[in-house]
Ligand binder design. Sequence first.
Ligand SMILES: Cc1cc2nc3c(=O)[nH]c(=O)nc-3n(C[C@H](O)[C@H](O)[C@H](O)COP(=O)(O)O)c2cc1C
Length: 175
Amino acid sequence: MDIVYCSHTGYTREYAQLLGRAERLRVYSLEEAKNQLEPGGQVFFFGPLMAGTVTGLKEARRRFDVLGACGVGMSPPSPQVLETLARRNETGELPLFYLQGGWAPDRVGWLKRHMVQMVTRSIRRQLEEKGEGRTPEEQVQLEFLIRGGSFVRPEKLQPIRDWLAAREEPAGTAP
Ligand SMILES: Cc1cc2nc3c(=O)[nH]c(=O)nc-3n(C[C@H](O)[C@H](O)[C@H](O)COP(=O)(O)O)c2cc1C
């Protein structure tokens, strides 16, 4: 299996490369994969979220045998985020993961920056209104929404690594 990813501002690429290094799998951008991999080859796909859509996933599924996929967004992970992701992207039975990447307002164009700022405005306002009453976590969240930052951590890949390991176990070894 190879790893294929799409990435606009680099966070999804970071996760793809971290997984590739940890699992000794080759990593390709979707563009590279289209030129270098055989159609129908088995891949694990990483793509950034844009308005709930995992960028590149549809194209990757048309072209390759996508065995699992991971959406990377700016929201903190939750079961609800994953459920919405599956529904919006019509992934059905496809093993699906979600990881928090980052937010880089200075690496996206004006329109995209404004789209995100509009969506996050009410949460930003709520946090700003708390003033001195903000918890340290809320302070981190507010600064993240305003200035951006990265939540990419290698250990967050563990659920995907566990899933990969379970796939490799020979049949019949389960207790
Ligand atoms: C136009 C736009 C729409 C976005 N929509 C979502 C979204 O629906 N959910 C989410 O969690 N993050 C959303 N994000 C944040 C990105 O998914 C996040 O910054 C991600 O880490 C980007 O990955 P990349 O650096 O690989 O491009 C959006 C960002 C932009 C610019």
